[in-house]
Write a protein that binds this ligand. Structure first.
Ligand SMILES: Cc1cc2nc3c(=O)[nH]c(=O)nc-3n(C[C@H](O)[C@H](O)[C@H](O)COP(=O)(O)OP(=O)(O)OC[C@H]3O[C@@H](n4cnc5c(N)ncnc54)[C@H](O)[C@@H]3O)c2cc1C
Length: 581
């Protein structure tokens, strides 16, 4: 073996998304020396592309707004949603430590939050679902505070931005959608865009960070403030072990191999397996060759953490309700010949859109969560067919809301029609022909749907009946048109448009089995000394179910906080980081 460099620390974190950085920041505040190793040239992973929403019931922002609930309520919601996959110990640990995690970050670090007190759980019909008060999001962050480290922060996924500028969900998104109609919104958008163009000139990237980009920036700033290191271009390729204990890892850096010795432990947080063909083949029945799943997750998430964990005796769960956080994804051709995977998270619930299969029929409630929407598509797809669907709308809709990567007016439609991403027809018949949809059936489906819009009752799939559906809709625009259901509007103004969506995900759920302290366990359920898992490398505490938005980042942040305490030998209940809780 040739000479290699060595590095010493207390905690080595492998992967720089929320799962890794949360543990890193907490550990640094508990006095541990921390190194974060990132494979990519930029840190942040899928987290930097995300909405930045975290499901953390009983969080301090909700409590301050007067929303108080006992731990038994969210616990009961999870028990009913997760069924046979409910693991009370881990669920309790998540719900107990979540508020402490939020309290710590907002009081002691650069990461701040905004509340999501009006955001309901996905399944309002399940007992103990909340109508709000269980979600928080990273507050906007001025990227200039990162100094030089702004330049290796992963920017948001370009197709979800406006010229590279992230748009926060909620009030800010509404300003952008109303910019051509309301002077206050026009002014808001103009100021933001001008500042962004100045940023591009001065900093070569945007600095008004929102959503997941703000989450990663806040975490990174907090870690750097405490002397933690983030090494990019440094994939971990093997774990170091000594007498059954994990004692570090070997990193493959541009300067050659670096052996990292980690006294307290290694936390694997490589973002699961969204781009690991072999694991997808094993765990995703809809991807028989491993290729038929187009995740919107970070491309570097190729299952390294799961393999590293297995090499030390860890077990990857294979019994989840669903191994991935499913989402409809469209394939966006880029001018450089590559393809972006665009997740459709926003427009499906707005009035004036339906989703149909190639048979020209609807298959589910378009306003349900991305995960439920795709479960419905899977259920409706015969075994011999690929699960694919078309989102269909009319001219008024596409100019008001956009469609996938296609932006609303005044952004032009021509480039999208030219590259084949967006299909158009002067009539529904013509549109169906352009897409390969059964034309007669599509016409009949739209006719029936348009008739139901007048009464506002979706007799087929109950669209608009849950609080989650309604908040995703557009009550203002629907009522201005005399429509009673905020998710339903007729598709009637020619020309008509469609974009095809395929099976994808926001990330994966199946991961390394851990105990309630985020320690990776072996086949006998015994913790492997020195080895922890975080983020999507940890088997999801939701057991492959998707009860609410933010159920990956909330647990990722919380279990990172818990793991760091365990490594430091401190019970979170006695943590010096939040003595008042
Ligand atoms: C558009 C979009 C919106 C989303 N919005 C939300 C939301 O609002 N709320 C929510 O809860 N979830 C959301 N998600 C899902 C969420 O972003 C992910 O589940 C989450 O970010 C995963 O965090 P992580 O830390 O596990 O992985 P990541 O953030 O992906 O980080 C993993 C990192 O590990 C690195 N890595 C991989 N292999 C190695 C190796 N061998 N050595 C070193 N580093 C390695 C990767 O390069 C990557 O940087 C969204 C996803 C998308 C795509």
């Amino acid at each position: 073996m040739g000479a290699h460099r060595t590095l010493d620390c207390d905690l080595l974190v492998v992967g720089s998304g929320a799962g890794g950085l949360s543990a890193a920041v907490t550990a640094a505040h508990l006095g541990l020396r921390v190194i974060v190793a990132e494979k990519d040239a930029q840190y942040g992973g899928t987290t930097a592309w995300s909405g930045g929403w975290m499901w953390v019931p009983r969080n301090p922002l909700a409590v301050e707004a007067g929303i108080r609930e006992d731990i038994d309520q969210p616990l009961s919601y999870l028990r009913q949603e997760l069924g046979a996959h409910f693991d009370e110990q881990r669920a309790r640990s998540f719900l107990e430590q979540g508020p402490r995690m939020v309290d710590f970050f907002r009081r002691r670090t650069a990461l701040q939050f905004i509340d999501g007190n009006a955001i309901p759980d996905f399944h309002g019909q399940t007992p103990d679902a909340a109508a709000g008060g269980r979600s928080i999001c990273a507050a906007p962050f001025d990227g200039r505070r990162l100094g030089e480290r702004l330049h290796d922060l992963k920017p948001p996924l370009y197709e979800t931005t406006l010229w590279g500028m992230g748009i926060a969900s909620g009030a800010e998104l509404r300003h952008f959608l109303h910019a051509l109609r309301q002077p206050a919104s026009f002014w808001y958008v103009t100021k933001k865009v001008l500042r962004h163009w100045r940023d591009l000139l001065v900093h070569r990237r945007g600095t008004q960070l929102v959503n997941g980009n703000a989450l990663v920036a806040g975490l990174a700033r907090s870690l750097l403030d405490k002397g933690g290191q983030i090494l990019v271009n440094s994939p971990a390729t093997r774990l170091r072990r000594d007498d059954g204990r994990v004692t570090g890892a070997v990193l493959h850096t541009p300067q050659g191999a670096v052996h990292v010795h980690a006294r307290r432990g290694v936390l694997l947080a490589c973002g699961g397996f969204p781009h690991d063909v072999q694991r997808k083949r094993e765990l995703l029945p809809h991807a028989p060759t491993g290729q038929e799943h187009w995740s919107a997750g970070n491309r570097g998430n190729t299952g390294d953490g799961l393999r590293l964990g297995e090499s030390a005796g860890g077990q990857v769960a294979s019994d989840l309700a669903q191994a991935a956080a499913l989402a409809p994804v469209s394939l966006v051709p880029r001018t450089d010949g590559s393809t972006a995977h665009f997740p459709h998270l926003i427009e499906r619930a707005k009035p004036g859109l339906i989703a149909v299969t190639a048979r020209g029929v609807r298959f589910g409630n378009e306003a349900n969560s991305y995960h439920d929407f795709m479960q419905a598509l899977l259920a409706a797809t015969p075994a011999s067919h690929a699960p694919e669907a078309w989102l269909v709308c009319d001219h008024a809709f596409v100019r008001h809301y956009g469609l996938g990567a296609v932006k609303p007016a005044p952004m032009p439609l021509m480039p999208w029609l030219g590259n084949g991403y967006l299909k158009r027809g002067e009539t529904l018949f013509e549109l169906a022909r352009a897409c390969g949809i059964d034309a007669e059936r599509l016409q009949a489906t739209v006719q029936r749907y348009n008739a139901m819009c007048q009464s506002g009752r979706d007799e087929d799939f109950g669209k608009g009946e849950t609080p989650y559906n309604r908040i995703q809709g557009d009550a203002l625009r629907a009522s201005a048109r005399g429509l009673p259901n905020p998710c339903m509007g007729p598709i009637e103004r020619s020309p008509f448009y469609a974009v095809k969506v395929v099976m994808g995900s926001l990330g994966t759920f199946a991961g390394l089995c851990t105990n309630a302290r985020a320690q990776v366990v072996d086949a006998q359920g015994q913790p492997i000394a020195g080895l922890y898992a975080g983020g999507n490398d940890m088997n999801s505490v939701m057991g492959g179910h998707y009860p609410a938005g933010g159920i990956t980042l909330g647990p990722a942040m919380t279990f990172g906080f818990t793991a760091a305490h365990h490594m430091a030998g401190i019970e979170p209940a006695n943590s010096p980081l939040n003595p008042t809780l």
